[in-house]
Design a protein around this ligand. Structure first.
Ligand SMILES: Cc1ncc(C[n+]2csc(CCOP(=O)(O)OP(=O)(O)O)c2C)c(N)n1
Length: 323
């Protein structure tokens, strides 16, 4: 933390706050019946996406999950096209055809949220292989959940990434549940991070509610990847405040557990630590929160007014043709 510039600290709080504000607002909009399809909210896990993506430029790539809004915002995808996408509007990041689970922005290096659990691993290998062969120096972060950790695709991806020494960091976001199944119930290992040794890569377990711990650990893994030393596995433990999807009755978690999550809230922790050290004033942090609220409200107003895709657009963007 000591070595972080004020600019980086402000960037971190801006992004974490923007994710929280976006997610809380989406929860309301979904409850009002304004958003078609499913939404899976990321609130509570902000420190992971933001701490990790703080090291990346647009040329670096990330793969995401069905819980992808936080990854998009951390990687720099603007909230207006994201919100429009959730409303299914033509101005959406994917022209309103992807919805919450498929937001992508290739110019920002965001290769897409993904409804297929464990689908990001092979994609990350493809992106990283391109970077390795073309010697771009870029890295790929592969975000995946504790449930996805049990998918064959993730094991194959980690094995291949290690054999080929691909510039990847596998970031397992362990929010304790795969839908309603607790992670200790589906995972045979002591922790997911220890599986790194099975693939001959470093494996590290960290506190995913502490952005400084995430920033440091992922930063070291990224530096290793950029040096050509291959992939790493980082398991970041955190919580999600909302249900698995919006509408989930959350019968598998007690109110006491939720209280415990709130006590370790990543945004509150950040605020306390930077204020105590006199790095950013509470007023400046309040202003950042205010700006996030304004940005999200503007995105909502615009998304509501924007048009749906034309019927003539129904069959476009379905296939990609390679010239
Ligand atoms: C291949 C595949 N299997 C099952 C599902 C159904 N499904 C959607 S989300 C989910 C749980 C994923 O849990 P985890 O990877 O821990 O992510 P989290 O929801 O906790 O962020 C499952 C089983 C799916 N979408 N794709």
């Amino acid at each position: 933390m000591a070595e972080l510039t004020r600019e980086t600290l402000i960037w971190m709080y801006e992004r974490m706050t923007l994710i929280r504000t976006f997610e809380d607002r989406v929860a309301e909009l979904f409850a009002e019946g304004l958003l078609p399809g499913f939404v899976h909210l990321y609130a509570g896990e902000e420190a992971i996406a933001v701490g990790a993506c703080a090291h990346l430029t647009d040329r670096d790539t990330i793969t995401s999950t069905h819980r992808g809004h936080g990854h998009c915002i951390a990687k720099g995808v603007p909230v207006a096209p994201m919100m429009a996408e959730l409303f299914g509007k033509a101005t959406g990041a994917c022209k309103g055809k992807g919805g919450s689970m498929h937001i992508a922005d290739v110019d920002k290096g965001m290769l897409g949220a993904n409804g297929i659990v464990g689908g990001g691993g092979p994609m990350a290998c493809g992106a990283a292989l391109t970077n390795k062969l073309q010697k771009t120096g870029a890295v790929t972060l592969c975000f995946f959940g504790d449930g996805a950790a049990e998918q064959g695709t993730m094991h194959e991806a980690m094995n291949l990434a290690s054999i080929w020494r691909l510039p990847i960091v596998f970031v397992c976001e362990n929010n304790l549940f795969a839908e309603s199944t607790p992670w200790f119930y589906h995972c045979a290992a002591k922790d997911i991070a220890e599986r790194g040794s099975a693939y001959n890569m470093p494996g590290l377990l960290i506190d995913g509610c502490d952005i400084f711990a995430v920033h440091e650990a992922v930063g070291e893994a990224i530096a290793r990847a950029r040096r050509g030393e291959g992939p790493s596995l980082i398991e970041a433990r955190a919580f999600r405040y909302y249900g698995h999807f919006q509408g989930d009755a959350i019968l598998y978690r007690t109110p006491r557990e939720l209280e415990e999550y709130r006590r370790r809230d990543p945004l509150t922790q950040f605020r306390k630590r930077v204020v105590e050290r006199g790095l950013i004033s509470p007023e400046d942090l309040d202003r950042i929160e205010q700006r996030a609220t304004e940005a999200v409200e503007l995105a909502v107003t615009k998304a509501k007014e924007d048009p749906y895709p034309a019927a003539s657009e129904l069959l476009t963007d379905v296939y990609v043709t390679y010239a």
